[in-house]
Design a protein around this ligand. Structure first.
Ligand code: A3P
Length: 905
């Protein structure tokens, strides 16, 4: 009635709406005339609905990483942060005083990173460090035209602003700089910037923007001291420590200032020739990390005179983030350490443990326990290999068993076989039982409810039989793996819970079965030392609140590399940091882990075909050519069965086999019970396709569309899949569902009219409210589409007009084939024909006969009466308005029914 077109023409009665997310001005709604107050009212309602949608869409909390729609937003002056209503500059009262308590302002714990070039190594390291520490961030390039919005209502979206380079900070566009500074003052948010040496920097003194600070670059340093009076700023880093001698790298920046606002956090001396250049005696201390306490202009800042390559800067960076964010991005100092020694009896003669090795192990365990209360090594055993070494090593095995009660033990398989090689559960159970009996007969205490599988086999990719057998034989509650969701990058490893077993992520410490003696350590001792003394291993402990390390028996014999490693890294951590090293049982660790990261509990199955290591531990019958390349995702009652049937007519398109359990549909991603049956279960629904074939496999489950879990799960497994969603008028869909339920004898639908169901309130009996929500919720299309497009790019989604599919399926099939795309394009004209009796298109058989869908598809029932139509029009109006705008913004065609539904409103 009111909305005629959205064709961009703009006569006098046009209502113009600003849709910044698409970055375009759209003439969305044109009123044919303004003859009644009702129309004006409608226009206003529509305008507010769109505004609400715009706000909710564009003000979403930033996601971790730079995949953030806010980045598309320009920062127009009208949305200036704080702007004229900003508060006068405030000084921070004390350490980490939350702005949220003041003046009803709120701050989201997230960082905004402003990079010079997002593809630089430093920018990558910066974002990786935040990811490794579970810190949410949004990253924007300095040259980006569209900057993220900094605040929404009275909530600041970033609790720290990080500039990759001081240079780009101080030379920022004055309007943006002012905007950021106002924001920082308003929310007490600090700024962190690094002095990255640029190629055109000549090393001479230069002023840092308009601040009373000067910096000298390209210097070499020695004798570094961490300011003993900086403990109010430093959290992880121990104040007052010093390093004597040369500091690596020769591109250091030092800062000079006389202003009382500035305080050195780290100082060092320059090497002699640089002292000459600076005309300062060599004993003078220069500041390499400088803090602006905010007395200058009301903003706290930290300038760091280099990047991350020097290990100390890594923890100083984390401390700076924690301090400048008012502690919102601060992590606990507790670090739990578990060291597993896998395969304590498995190894070749000559590299196994002797009695002396066992004694050394016990001694070091005591040393570590003094520093990490409660620490014991966890020994994993496969009984079959007990005493398989030479005479000395046999005695070593006996010594291990003699001291069994001094260690914690966990089971492997009896013969160290990989669980995924067992084709049935009883064999797996039998193998585990042998190990169980071995533990009993040798009085090995296995009390931790913890087990580890050889080579991660069966843990991930998850092999349900392993989990079942573990529970049956050992009552296992916790395991660990490095493989979820993938070995690399290590910072992205996560935990999950499957079949009530908590799977902890494991960290790597650089020790493997082949790292037996120092001389042969890849990269030599220097490499191992650099990992221990501030490098990878040290940073792993810094990053991870819970550290489960896998080592191997061979690391404890010969050179005892593992003892060297852990002894030194623990000393190093304790010397340089305030971290509190702790130990707990695996069960307590797992409970702590999932308390900290509850969002990781639900597992996702990734595509093993993309990961060589996962492929190696897959059951033989797994086949990479059995995954669908496109899916019809629903929603229900939109013609999904018709489309499924028509697609199956194509000689090069193959559907999933029907499921007996779930009404023919597989419903893998939407039904947790099915999902947790595992990948193998899903694959069995698909025929095997030849490696060289261009045939496409597809699956149709109409329950996916409105399911909250489906997009994320599907994206993990099938990130490249194309998706088809069929949309019909949601009012008709709701009515069709009601009729479907009547046909299936649902008492709520039989005892209540459609109108009664629709108008029932929350106090109505559960079956009634449930039916109401199943009628109405899937039709809130905008909400569901937005969820899918959080995971999939718009070009992988096709929104198919369900009316077109019903009225002209031949044309619909042309559109679909183009979208997929399919090599062998076929014309469906002779394959799908209209059947007068059914009143729908059906499959054409020979001699003019047809085969139509069953009675349950295309039912005849009385049409909705006017009252219900009005109710539903009104109910869906807001959703439909948003849908229209959203589909336009992602370049999807607008279904005719959507225009009509809005016109009729
Ligand atoms: P009704 O039975 O209410 O008319 P789904 O398969 O997703 O459950 O959708 C069922 C709906 O598909 C039917 O709802 C019907 O309107 C629609 N449909 C579209 N094309 C059809 C066809 N060729 N044959 C039967 N039903 C079709």
């Amino acid at each position: 009635m009111f909305v005629e077109s959205y064709d961009g023409s703009c006569p006098s009665q046009v209502c113009v709406l600003w849709l910044p997310s698409a970055g375009i001005m759209m003439n969305l709604i044109r009123y044919s005339s303004m003859t009644s107050i009702k129309k004006i009212m409608f226009g206003l309602v529509l305008l507010s609905l769109l505004s609400i949608w715009f706000l909710s869409y564009n003000m979403m909390t930033p996601l971790r990483g730079d995949h953030d729609r806010d980045l598309h937003l320009k920062l127009p002056p009208s949305q200036a942060l704080g702007g004229s209503e900003g508060h006068p500059a405030r000084r921070r009262q004390g350490k980490h005083s939350p702005a949220a308590d003041q003046d009803d302002l709120h701050l989201i714990p997230a960082a905004l990173i402003i990079t010079e070039r997002s593809d630089s190594v430093f920018a990558y390291n910066l974002t990786s460090a935040l990811e490794a520490n579970h810190i949410d961030f949004t990253s924007v390039q300095i040259k980006e035209r569209h900057w993220p919005r900094l605040e929404h209502k009275r909530t600041g979206k970033f609790s720290i602003i990080i500039f990759q380079s001081i240079h780009s900070y101080v030379s920022l566009d004055p309007y943006l700089l002012n905007t950021i500074h106002e924001y920082c003052r308003k929310y007490n948010v600090g700024i962190l910037a690094f002095a990255v040496v640029r190629e055109d920097d000549n090393g001479y003194t230069r002023q840092v923007g308009e601040f009373p600070v000067y910096m000298d670059q390209r210097l070499s340093l020695k004798d570094l001291t961490i300011n003993p009076s900086a403990s109010d700023v430093l959290h992880i880093t121990k104040a007052g420590q010093f390093i004597n001698g040369t500091i690596p790298y020769n591109d250091w920046t030092v800062f000079r200032t006389d202003h009382e606002s500035y305080k050195p956090l780290v100082q060092a001396k320059t090497l002699s020739q640089d002292s000459l250049q600076l005309r300062s005696p060599s004993e003078v201390l220069h500041t390499t990390v400088l803090m602006d306490q905010g007395h200058f202009d009301g903003i706290q800042r930290i300038f760091i005179g280099n990047n991350f390559r020097f290990w100390l800067h890594y923890i100083l960076f984390l401390d700076s983030v924690s301090f400048l964010s008012q502690g919102l991005l601060q992590k606990s100092l507790d670090r739990y350490i578990q060291v597993d020694i896998d395969d304590i009896f498995v190894g070749m003669k000559g590299v196994r443990m002797t009695v002396q090795d066992v004694e050394a192990l016990l001694l070091e365990q005591q040393v570590l326990a003094d520093k990490i209360p409660g620490f014991t090594f966890k020994l994993g055993f496969s009984g079959k290999f007990f005493k398989r070494g030479n005479e000395e090593e046999k005695a070593g095995d006996e010594a291990l068993v003699m001291h069994a009660d001094k260690f914690a033990w966990f089971p492997h398989m009896w013969n160290h076989a990989q669980p995924h090689m067992f084709s049935n559960q009883s064999q797996l159970v039998a193998d585990m039982r042998k190990n169980f009996r071995f533990a009993k007969s040798h009085k090995i205490p296995v009390e931790d409810s913890y087990a580890v599988a050889p080579h991660h086999s069966g843990v991930y990719p998850a092999y349900p039989m392993l989990y079942n057998a573990w529970k049956q034989v050992w009552g296992i509650k916790v395991t660990s793996t490095e493989e979820y969701p993938a070995l690399r990058p290590a910072r992205k490893r996560q935990g999950f819970i499957y079949k009530d077993i908590m799977v902890l992520p494991r960290q790597t410490c650089g020790l493997f079965t082949h790292t037996i003696i120092m001389k042969q350590y890849p990269g030599g001792r220097e490499r191992l030392d650099s990992s221990i003394y501030g490098g990878e291993l040290f940073q792993t402990i810094v990053n991870n609140p819970i550290n489960v390390y896998m080592t191997h028996m061979t690391n404890y014999g010969s050179d005892r590399l593992a003892l060297y490693t852990f002894d030194n890294v623990v000393n190093f951590v304790q010397k340089w940091t305030n971290l509190k090293l702790k130990a707990e049982s695996p069960l307590d660790l797992a409970i702590k882990y999932f308390d900290m990261f509850p969002e990781e509990q639900d597992p996702v199955w990734t595509n093993p075909c993309y990961d060589k290591r996962h492929l190696e531990i897959l059951p033989e019958k797994h086949n990479c050519n059995r995954l669908p390349s496109f899916l019809v995702i629903g929603p229900q009652k939109t013609g999904t069965t018709a489309l499924y049937t028509f697609l199956s007519l194509h000689p090069n398109i193959m559907s999933n086999l029907p499921s007996q359990e779930t009404f023919e549909e597989v419903q893998f991603f939407s039904n947790s019970k099915n999902y947790y049956k595992g990948l193998e279960w899903y694959l069995n629904f698909f025929p095997q396709v030849d490696n060289t074939s261009t045939d496409l496999l597809f699956e149709k489950s109409a329950t996916y569309f409105d399911n909250v879990y489906a997009p994320r799960r599907m994206h993990w497994l099938l990130p490249k899949a194309k998706l088809i969603a069929i949309l019909i008028d949601p009012a008709k869909r709701a009515h069709s569902w009601y009729q479907h339920e009547r046909a299936h004898g649902n008492p709520a639908s039989l005892n209540h009219t459609f109108y009664e169901i629709l108008t029932s309130g929350p106090e109505a009996p559960r079956p009634v409210t449930l039916l109401r929500s199943r009628c109405l919720d899937p039709g809130k299309y905008i909400q569901h589409l937005q969820r899918w497009l959080q995971y999939y790019p718009p070009n992988q989604l096709m929104v198919l007009d369900g009316d077109l599919l019903r009225a002209d399926p031949v044309v619909a099939m042309v559109k679909i084939q183009t979208f997929l795309p399919i090599n062998a394009f076929i014309d469906f004209t002779d394959k799908i024909v209209y059947d007068d009796k059914k009143g729908f298109y059906c499959l054409a058989l020979r001699k003019g006969r047809t085969r139509c869908l069953g009675k349950s598809k295309g039912r005849s029932y009385p049409p909705m009466d006017a009252q219900m139509e009005i109710y539903l029009r009104h109910f869906y109006q807001g959703f439909n308005v948003q849908l229209l705008a959203y589909l336009s913004s992602i370049d999807q065609p607008i279904p005719a029914w959507l225009n009509e539904a809005l016109t009729e409103s």
